[in-house]
Write a protein that binds this ligand. Sequence first.
Ligand code: NIG
Ligand code: FE
Length: 417
Amino acid sequence: MLLITNIGQAVTMALSGSKQARRSPRRAILMSQIGLIKDAALLIKEDKITALGSYPNLKKLIGGAKVKVLDAKGKVVLPGFVDCHTHAVFAAPRLKDFELRVKGWSYEQIAEKGGGIKRSLRDLRESTPEALKGMLERWCEVALRHGTTIMEVKSGYGLNYDSELKILRVIRDAQTPLELVATFMGAHALPQEHEGNRQGYIREITERMLPRFKGMAKFCDVFCDQGFFSPDESRRILEKAKRLGYGLKIHAEQLHRTGAARLGCDLSAVSVDHLDQVEDKDIRVLAKSPTLAVLLPGANLFLSTKRYPPARKMIEGGAAVALASDFNPGTSPTLNMGFILSLAVTQMRMSPEEALTAGTINGAWALGIAARVGSLETGKQADLILADVADYREIPYYFAVNMVGGVIKKGSVLFWN
Ligand code: NIG
Ligand code: FE
């Protein structure tokens, strides 16, 4: 048993209200409830949280049993971040794109000139599984140091059967304490060899890749946007994925408004992601649907887009909002979830409480694992972090500074300073 004592503030994310509220993603005013407990202690047995409350109460519970004690020194303890949207398997940074962007080129102009996703495709196809696995493991280390304890990882820089399989195997085989959730994203872009034969590539996805990759990926995602996949094409791919038992996700309304968010809600996707260009009518649909709105402000920052997704409108309109890093070599090369929370607060006017909800329990909802992780509650998996601050609001406040001083994953202490 492991006892964490002297927790100044425990951000539990536990809801006091009805059972019904606990059974669905947090939205509207519920996004502000972080279940704060002051002067707390927390008890872990094997990989689970077995008690949480005041120290004297917990002491009684333990009785004479042997426990290892960890001192939180009056600091903040919170659930590990659930980073529910990344493209973490790639072979190389895209420094040429980076330079061109500084010169004023747009994301689409760079893609047309052979940069963008297609650049990453060439790099990835040339890489060995061993090299990719080594890189992914290194990124997992970085994510853990920044307090992420579960990370979704998409394929999508292979874009043919062999290379997509290579990516999914790398995700499966990575040796890391970080828990990974795989998503198949063969519909990330049209690969060069299928130019002029879109239907051929879509058939390759629906007839060959999707059936074969079932069991290796929990979700299927599609980049639905102008110049990538149309809503009709996305629907075909996602409907097939759904029949095969995949959960669904869509990159929606990032560059243009295409109606992808609505399509996602229609198909009961677990999340629709990006949403820079959503309209009020899309928000109304989201508000009535269990589908989460995953916002990725790292991409807005890195692409210097003039506008961020309208998070306030979405929260006040009743959509369930989650936040993620979108870690990828083209639009968001960061794994720092604390910084993503800062961007949400400073650029999208989310409150610190809403941002914490979006980065933990709602991230868990966006991966379909909220019954197991995302909050500090008895019976849940012991995935938690120590933040080197006295007040939880300092987590988004100290922007781009990593305030994570400790991580416990499935009850194992990875580090604790
Ligand atoms: O989430 N929007 C599509 N996919 C990524 C970017 C991929 C890339 O440029 O490599 C994103 O922003
Ligand atoms: Fe993405």
